[in-house]
Design a protein around this ligand. Structure first.
Ligand SMILES: Cc1cc2nc3c(=O)[nH]c(=O)nc-3n(C[C@H](O)[C@H](O)[C@H](O)COP(=O)(O)OP(=O)(O)OC[C@H]3O[C@@H](n4cnc5c(N)ncnc54)[C@H](O)[C@@H]3O)c2cc1C
Length: 258
């Protein structure tokens, strides 16, 4: 079975900032593999190990630096990596991102596309649905247990009232929940081996993405404004000089909360 795993390169949480001139997330600094996508990759590797055959391809769309994330995916065990990187893709919203990424995925013709539950920088938790629509494939989201056999995938999702067990024919798209597994750490052998694995970088031209369907031109949404959150009202800062616990208890008692 051929599995394509979508992995996003996200800016480090500590240095995340919006560029006020473009109203976009500044992606020029250090970044890392979106933690939720490590769950998707881990699941792909387990499915491959369980069947004893197949291929796991990590696919990302982002700046050139996203190759660091793909190298990590290769070090974890992916067989191959594909990066969609093009300056004209900057400013792509969901519609433009799903169009270009959908083209890269369609080119791979995978049996299964796996995604994480959300990207920790934009937190849309929606790209998987858009990808399934682009590829015209069935999709299951929030999957906490996954099996694949006899040309079908079966996913167990936790709901408010219990579990749903949903089956879909392959090829299909599945977004996993972060409860599905504990992702492995890359081994030293994996890190060394990653350098020799095939990595491909594709431009929008390579994928046949028309310029009017990429970047801001291909986006249907526009960020109109950005504001700081409102200042907090009545708050008190307590520095721990040895009796912070007492001061917190006094504060709560004052507010009649304890
Ligand atoms: C107006 C606007 C402007 C934007 N401008 C930019 C921009 O300039 N540059 C930019 O990078 N983003 C930009 N974005 C964000 C970009 O559109 C989102 O990254 C995209 O829509 C995916 O949504 P998400 O990140 O919330 O992913 P989610 O829907 O939260 O992600 C779900 C899963 O999809 C997969 N996934 C998500 N994104 C990628 C990716 N890029 N590659 C591989 N897998 C992925 C991962 O498996 C992830 O776990 C913009 C968004 C808007 C609304």
């Amino acid at each position: 079975m051929k599995i394509a795993v979508c992995v996003k390169h996200v800016p480090e949480a500590a240095s995340r900032r919006i560029d006020p001139s473009t109203k976009r997330l500044d992606r020029s600094g250090e970044g890392a593999l979106n933690a939720f996508d490590a769950n998707a990759l881990e699941e792909a590797l387990r499915l491959k190990d369980a069947s004893g055959e197949g291929e796991v391809v990590a696919v990302s769309m982002g700046p050139q630096k996203a190759s660091d994330t793909l190298r990590k995916a290769l070090a974890m065990g992916a067989d191959r990596a594909v990066l969609v990187s093009d300056e004209s893709a900057a400013g792509s919203d969901l519609v433009a991102t799903s169009y270009a990424l959908g083209k890269a995925l369609a080119r791979e013709e995978p049996d299964l596309v796996l995604l994480g539950q959300q990207a920790s920088d934009s937190d849309g938790a929606v790209l998987w649905a858009a990808i399934a629509e682009r590829l015209r494939r069935p999709m299951i989201s929030q999957v906490a247990e996954l099996t694949a056999s006899d040309g079908k995938v079966r996913g167990k999702r936790q709901t408010e009232f219990g579990y749903d067990v949903i089956e879909a024919p392959l090829p299909a798209v599945v977004a996993v929940s972060d409860a599905i597994n504990e992702p492995r750490y890359p081994s030293l052998k994996g890190i060394m081996g990653a350098k020799k694995k095939p990595q491909e970088t594709l431009s929008l031209d390579d994928l046949g993405v028309e310029s009017e369907r990429a970047g801001e031109a291909g986006s249907k949404t526009e960020v109109l404004g950005l504001t700081d959150p409102p200042a907090r009202g009545d708050s008190r800062r307590i520095e721990d000089d040895g009796n912070a616990a007492e001061q917190i208890a006094e504060f709560l008692a004052e507010k009649r909360l304890i």
